[in-house]
Design a protein around this ligand. Sequence first.
Ligand SMILES: *[C@@H]1O[C@H](CO)[C@@H](O)[C@H](O)[C@H]1NC(C)=O
Ligand SMILES: *[C@@H]1O[C@H](CO)[C@@H](O)[C@H](O)[C@H]1NC(C)=O
Ligand SMILES: *[C@@H]1O[C@H](CO)[C@@H](O)[C@H](O)[C@H]1NC(C)=O
Ligand SMILES: *[C@@H]1O[C@H](CO)[C@@H](O)[C@H](O)[C@H]1NC(C)=O
Length: 493
Amino acid sequence: MRASLLVTVTAAVAAAQLPTATLNDAIYIGTTTRVASATAVVDKFLGIPYAATPRRFRAAQPRARGSERVNATVQPPACIQQSSSSGFESEDCLFLNVFAPRRGCGTAKGNKAVMLWFYGGALSTGSIRSVDGSSLAANQDVILVACNYRLGVFGFPGNVSGLPDDELNPGFRDQKMALRWIHENIASFGGDPAKVTIFGESAGAVSVDSHLMSELRDPPFRAAIMQSGGLHTFNRIALGVGVSVTGLGTGNKAAEPPLLTLARYMNCSADTAVACLQAKPLAELKSAVLGLNLLFPPVDDGGQTSVADTDSARRAGRTARVPVLIGSTFKEGAIFPAKALQAKSLEQWAQAIYPSNEADASAVVHAYAVGSSAETQTADDAVRLLHSDFQFACTTTYDSNMLAAIGIPTWRYMFNASLPSGPASHGSEVRLRLRASQSSAANQALSAKIQAAWARFAKDPASGPGWSTYEPTSSAENKAIQMIGTLVPYRLD
Ligand SMILES: *[C@@H]1O[C@H](CO)[C@@H](O)[C@H](O)[C@H]1NC(C)=O
Ligand SMILES: *[C@@H]1O[C@H](CO)[C@@H](O)[C@H](O)[C@H]1NC(C)=O
Ligand SMILES: *[C@@H]1O[C@H](CO)[C@@H](O)[C@H](O)[C@H]1NC(C)=O
Ligand SMILES: *[C@@H]1O[C@H](CO)[C@@H](O)[C@H](O)[C@H]1NC(C)=O
């Protein structure tokens, strides 16, 4: 009797200490966690649904009200991956994870800065399962939210009849629902809905750019970070040059939305493609997409969720006017397979990039000639550097120039750390920012530096991450770029 009473009391105390968030749809009970490098305790909520179970290809809808108690303690399924991976995945995948510094007693009003992370993966793969925001939350006193969003044909069915014209990119609509969820609910976690920064890497940065181009009035965020990507980058993959490197989209046809190529294969007629594919079993749909190797790029829906021509839109002022932090890594191309890159010579790459401009193509060959610099000692190095610059660094320069030219406060970085795992390739900075434990003391210091810069920007976007703004003057001297990794300010020439 006495013993069981004691057990009950202990359980009640433990339950009382578990973080709880009472939202309109349910009461969520999380867990707490700590990281070695910080004293702050982090409240961790995993698998909170931010929308109702979505209908295939259609926009996410809000959840019904409710008051059920739900344990938010296990990782949710990923959205359906366009890969043969057999991990835990589902079409019912609109979940997010929250990592929030535990609030002290009596601080009822939430006022912390909030960072919403969109993962990368060519809008075809990726999930929040690998994103651990504990370190950022514990060390920097910010709230990290990471949301799943639909991928491939499920997230980007495109402009086909049968879909309303504001539902052509449901993957981006998912992300907008997550932003809406933050606005309605983040105060319950100690966050301030007026202090939201969106950030992402690769396709995550493409996503950030699409929100910049579609949230023109009262954007549901006040700052944006684009790491190694923007709509420009995706266009280059979709337009073909990237196809040879990433291997994605070899089945796409020039004049046909990929969903219609898929529909034909599945014996669906073009005018009822959406309804017909909605009725197909998931496994058949998934294996057909993989077999055909289709890439589903975001489409221009007139700025409702995305645009094709970001330059014209920005020039015309059709963009969210919030501070932007933008950058890339020095050797993005290092992660792409040698076989794919070496299938073409430097000359052939230059031709592919400038198919109708002989002079520019030969200038490129000259600039990246083998042996012409420390970074182009071999043919492989030369092609990798050209690819990095073409696909990422140049588009970053382009976007930085454009942002700064229209008066958007812009900060730029180049990540060039030499890591134990190899050079600063595509995505290599992500683990430094988001992982709790690093492989060496030097990386721990680098990680802390990056986390601090990102959080500083999120807390006070107008003041920037800690270095000078990017200036679009013609003088290379004024293009301040923070070189991250070598830990010295770097100027582009
Ligand atoms: C939630 O977790 C607690 C233990 O922490 C357990 O007692 C309870 O049954 C769980 N509730 C549900 C609905 O799984
Ligand atoms: C499409 O129809 C053809 C001819 O009836 C059939 O052989 C094929 O298996 C069908 N394909 C699919 C994906 O159902
Ligand atoms: C979709 O394509 C049709 C033509 O097939 C076009 O009339 C329509 O404007 C496009 N919708 C959007 C939102 O671009
Ligand atoms: C990046 O680091 C490598 C290796 O340390 C160096 O050779 C290269 O010049 C650096 N890149 C830039 C742009 O400074």
